[in-house]
Design a binder for this molecule. Structure first.
Ligand code: FMN
Length: 197
């Protein structure tokens, strides 16, 4: 398991969160899942519009199949052992307070990203793991889950307890370790864009 060492001192929750693929498949109770969604609920958003929405399905319940079948074959290979799947959506057209007409919410995707971050950190702090997946059929998710046109589908999150990597095919076992990050100097500069690759 590779070590994660931050360049600057931060709370360990940030480096402890990572996205495994080897899940145990054990059941998750609804109260636990709702705690993770509750953390997402408290994310900041433009105009406090809270454009994020979530549709979840727990393994072994009727809600699982319609989400699971939208995943790419690659993601199905490992996400089959997740305890729950959560689809993250956001409302890109809304009627802001004081207005009467639908208009674009220009920060809906950014806001939904913040909410997913909250969810992932709360799950990690609670001894669970999350793994976001962009690899799913968005049109099929829209139709399977009855998602209206004013909402954008973003990711499906696999949630589970981390298990032994031996449950994975060899190719995935090799990747089953926390990843590293670009140096901060490659990401942030003072005053003017002067960031090098
Ligand atoms: C928006 C988004 C889409 C992703 N899509 C997939 C995916 O379809 N399949 C997959 O195996 N991992 C997917 N990942 C996981 C990323 O590869 C992973 O988060 C990244 O390598 C950083 O690793 P860490 O989460 O362990 O820190 C996705 C992550 C995000 C945030």
């Amino acid at each position: 398991m590779s070590q994660r060492t931050p360049d600057h001192e931060i709370d360990p929750q940030f480096t402890s969160r990572w996205s495994p693929r080897a899940f145990t498949g054990e059941p998750i109770d609804e109260a636990t899942l709702l705690r993770f969604l509750e953390a997402a609920r408290w994310a900041p958003s433009g105009f406090n519009a809270q454009p994020w929405r979530f549709v979840w399905g727990r393994a072994g319940t009727p809600a699982w199949g319609p989400i699971f079948e939208t995943l790419s074959a690659y993601n199905q290979l490992w996400a089959q052992r997740a305890s729950a799947l959560v689809v993250v959506l956001s409302q890109h057209r809304w009627v802001p307070p004081g207005k009467t007409e639908l208009q674009d919410n220009t920060t809906h995707a950014f806001d939904a990203g913040a909410a997913w971050g909250h969810l992932a950190l709360q799950a990690s702090l609670s001894g669970w793991h999350t793994h976001g997946m962009g690899g799913f059929d968005h049109a099929q998710a829209r139709s399977n889950l009855g998602i209206p046109d004013t909402f954008t589908t973003h990711i499906v999150i696999a949630i589970g307890r981390v298990g032994d990597k031996s449950v994975l095919p060899d190719s995935l076992q090799a990747r089953e370790t926390p990843s590293q990050r670009l140096p901060l100097a490659a990401l942030a500069s003072e005053g003017r864009f002067s960031i090098t690759d």
